[in-house]
Design a protein around this ligand. Structure first.
Ligand code: NAP
Length: 305
């Protein structure tokens, strides 16, 4: 569970962000979201800023969908280096950028904004953060695995599917509760990237056939965010040669990870994806490697009860 922390208002970005200049140290980085109080990004990014001797801080700003366009436009005059975006802004911010990276365009979402020469550049570090997390947790290159993404047509799921396609995964199976969305995404990625992507349904009889054929099962559904949530998979489908990455990072052991444990399958939660997407955002803002272990410690401190 992430502890909640101080939250600023969107209106604090007005008057050239004087509220943020008066802080000690001043704020020049942020995360926009609604809700945003539970974001762990400040602990991780502030640990990195301190480690590298930057005399400013990273703060949470509660920004509604209505306030997003103006809040983004105010960043340059408020002296901000950039911001992260969380729910519900990742897709909505795309058309509000001056420039969007090719990957973020394909992912259909932005989680990192950099102010560059007064203009807004949008990036998506969720996908590359996922690839780095898989390597960190399992010591395996994403591109070498046959992957199934449950909830693959959601926001995080889509970023992961695009990452799998660009990493060269030999097989990518997109499973989504609303099956039509998986069909559309699979066809888009086949066309755009020539990847071997197929849509599969989340019906039990289909999962029984498809799950055992992949090396890595990813949960990118929202199932698991509450302790009472069922697993997105039926019991007894996983086997001991598989890996399971659950992007959920709130709460204890999810039911999907329990199933993985009983099958003897290596598994991990979304903590490492959160860490690596943050480290990659830091690298975009500062153009140098992030102090990963310091950020890991900062994130752990934020997640302790
Ligand atoms: P989202 O855009 O709302 O997508 C939600 C996905 O979950 C959709 O595919 C949706 O299917 C599916 N879903 C929802 N309820 C379901 C149910 N009862 N059964 C099966 N599928 C269901 O959400 P998001 O922002 O992508 O977040 C998804 C997950 O990723 C969350 O658990 C979040 O914590 C995690 N995440 C982790 C990180 C990290 O750094 N670790 C970063 C981002 C997100 P439909 O299309 O049918 O609605």
């Amino acid at each position: 569970m992430i502890k909640s922390g101080k939250v600023f208002k969107a209106s604090d970005l007005s008057k050239n962000g004087e509220v943020f200049h008066k802080l000690n140290p001043p704020a020049r980085l942020s995360v926009f979201g609604e809700p945003v109080a539970h974001s762990a990004s400040p602990s991780m990014q502030n640990a990195a800023l301190r480690e590298n001797g930057h005399a400013f801080q990273y703060v949470r700003i509660l920004v509604s969908s209505k306030d997003l366009p103006q809040s983004l436009l105010r960043l340059p005059d408020a002296g901000f280096i950039g911001t992260n975006l969380t729910v519900p802004h990742k897709q909505a911010a795309l058309p509000l950028m001056d420039r969007v990276s090719k990957e973020a365009k394909l992912m259909g979402a932005i989680n990192t904004v950099a102010v560059q020469e007064g203009k807004l550049s949008g990036y998506n570090t969720d996908g590359p953060g996922f690839a780095a997390a898989v390597h960190d947790e399992f010591g395996i290159r994403l591109g070498d695995m046959r992957v199934m993404i449950l909830g693959g047509a959601g926001g995080a799921g889509r970023a992961i599917c695009v990452q799998c396609a660009t990493a060269g995964c030999p097989v990518i199976l997109v499973a989504n509760r609303t099956a039509g969305k998986a069909d559309v995404l699979a066809s888009e990625l086949r066309k755009a990237l020539g990847a071997n992507v197929s849509a599969v349904t989340m019906k039990h009889e289909d999962l029984m056939k498809t799950v055992p054929t992949v090396d890595l099962v990813v949960n990118a559904t929202t199932l698991g965010m509450r302790e009472t949530d069922p697993s997105p998979l039926p019991d007894d489908l996983l086997h001991c040669d598989q890996y399971v990455y659950d992007t959920v990072y709130s709460g204890g052991l999810s039911n999907l990870r329990r199933q993985a444990d009983s099958a003897g399958a290596k598994n991990a939660n979304g903590f490492s994806m959160l860490l690596h997407q943050g480290a990659l955002a830091y690298e975009i803002w500062f153009g140098k490697p992030a102090p990963l272990e310091t950020m890991r410690t900062g994130l752990k401190l934020a997640s302790e009860d």
